[in-house]
Design a protein around this ligand. Structure first.
Ligand code: A3P
Length: 323
C-alpha cells in the first residue's frame, strides 16, 4: 500500500506523482478519478481518521446535492440546539462551513483540528466512494447517508460548475465524452453509486441510507422523516404538531438558501489550503444554480441521451437501481 514505501510525506509525493493522470488534474487512485491536489488529504484521511460509532457521514458525488443535504442534516441533527430559527447558523454560514469534507477541508490543511473536540454526533462529509473510505469507517457502525442524482442532471451541473469555478472552457461534448468514459470528479459515476448500493443489497452490516436528489425534491417530508429515523432522531408527535419538519425543509429550500446574503456574495476560502483555488476562494453562489430535476433536457442531443441511457442500462442492469 502507498504509505508502506517510506516516510509519510515523501511516499505521498512519490506515489501520487506515479498515479495515472488526466491532464494532471485528476489522478486514478484505486479505480477512481480523484483531484490530484486532493490526494494528500485523501491519504491522510484514510490513514488518520478514527470513526466513532455515533459519527454521521454524508457522502455524495460532487453536484448531487451536497450543499442542500449538508444543510438538511445539520438542521435536523442540531434542531434542539437552534430552536430560534431567526438565529440559525444556516442563515449566516454556507452549509460547507458547518459540515466539512474530511478529505478536502480537514485533512488537506497543514494543521488538522482536534476532531475529538467535536460535539457528538459528529457530522462530516466526503465525496469518496465506499471503497476508498478509511477502514475505521468501513468497519464501524457509524451511519452513512448517501445521496446520488440522475447521472444526466449530475453531469450538466458538474459541467457548469467546472466552467464557472475552474474557469475551464471545455465544451459540453468534450466533457460528456469523458463522463461517459468514467473520467469525471470522483468517477466513474456509476461505480461511485454502486459502491454504496452494493453493501445494501448484499446486506452487509454497514449502516447506509441511500437517497436520490430527485426523491427528496418530490417527497421531501417522507424522506426527511426517513433520514431522521435512520439517524435515530425521529420527529416526536409534538414536533409533528408544531411543524418542525416544514421548518427544516423551508430553511434548507433552494429559494431560501440561495437568496441569503452569505450565499449570494460570500466566498469559500481557506488561506492555508494546498490548492490555489481554495486559497483564492470559491463564490458561494456557484453552489446554487437552478436546483431543479430534469434540466438535462435543455442540454442533451438525442445522441447524447442514447449514449448515456445505454451506459446506465448496462451499468445498473440487475441491481434494482433505476435513474
Ligand atoms: P444544479 O446545477 O442542477 O442547479 P452540490 O451541492 O453537490 O455541489 O450540488 C449542487 C447542485 O445542487 C446544483 O444543482 C445546485 O443548484 C443544487 N442545490 C443547491 N442547493 C440546493 C437546495 N437547497 N435545494 C435543491 N438543490 C440545491
Amino acid at each position: 500500500h502507498l504509505e508502506e514505501n517510506g516516510p509519510h510525506q515523501e511516499c505521498k509525493d512519490v506515489c501520487i506523482s506515479s498515479l495515472p493522470k488526466e491532464k494532471s488534474q485528476l489522478s486514478l487512485y484505486d479505480g477512481y478519478w480523484i483531484p490530484t491536489w486532493s490526494m494528500p488529504g485523501v491519504l491522510a484521511f484514510q490513514k488518520y481518521f478514527q470513526a466513532r460509532e455515533t459519527d454521521i457521514l454524508l457522502v455524495t458525488p460532487p453536484k448531487a446535492g451536497t450543499t442542500w443535504f449538508k444543510a438538511i442534516l445539520f438542521a435536523l441533527v442540531n434542531r434542539m440546539r437552534y430552536l430560534d430559527l431567526q438565529e440559525h447558523p444556516l442563515l449566516t454560514n454556507i452549509s460547507h462551513a458547518l459540515v466539512p469534507l474530511l478529505d478536502v477541508d480537514i485533512y488537506n490543511k497543514k494543521k488538522v483540528p482536534d476532531l475529538n473536540s467535536f460535539a457528538s454526533p459528529r457530522l462530516f462529509a466526503t465525496h469518496l466512494p465506499f471503497d476508498l473510505l478509511p477502514t475505521s469507517v468501513k468497519g464501524s457502525s457509524c451511519k452513512i447517508v448517501y445521496v446520488c442524482r440522475n447521472p444526466k442532471d449530475n453531469f450538466v451541473s458538474l459541467w457548469h460548475f467546472m466552467n464557472r469555478v475552474y474557469s475551464t472552457t471545455n465544451s459540453l461534448e468534450e466533457d460528456f465524452d469523458k463522463f461517459c468514459r468514467g473520467v469525471s470528479l470522483y468517477g466513474p459515476y456509476w461505480d461511485h453509486v454502486l459502491s454504496y448500493w452494493k453493501p445494501i443489497i448484499e446486506k452487509q452490516a454497514q449502516k447506509i441510507l441511500f437517497l436520490k436528489y430527485e426523491e427528496m425534491k418530490e417527497q421531501p417530508t417522507t424522506h426527511l422523516k426517513r433520514i431522521a429515523e435512520f439517524l435515530e432522531c425521529p420527529f416526536s408527535p409534538e414536533e409533528d404538531a408544531k411543524g418542525t419538519i416544514n421548518d427544516i425543509l423551508q430553511l434548507c429550500s433552494f429559494d431560501n438558501l440561495s437568496n441569503l446574503d452569505v450565499n449570494k456574495s460570500g466566498k469559500w476560502r481557506f488561506p492555508e489550503h494546498n490548492n490555489t483555488l481554495f486559497r483564492q476562494g470559491i463564490d458561494h453562489a456557484s453552489f446554487f444554480r437552478k436546483g431543479n430535476s430534469g434540466d438535462w433536457v435543455n442540454y442533451f442531443t438525442p445522441q447524447m441521451t442514447e449514449r448515456l441511457d445505454h451506459i446506465i442500462e448496462e451499468k445498473f442492469h440487475g441491481t434494482g437501481l433505476k435513474f
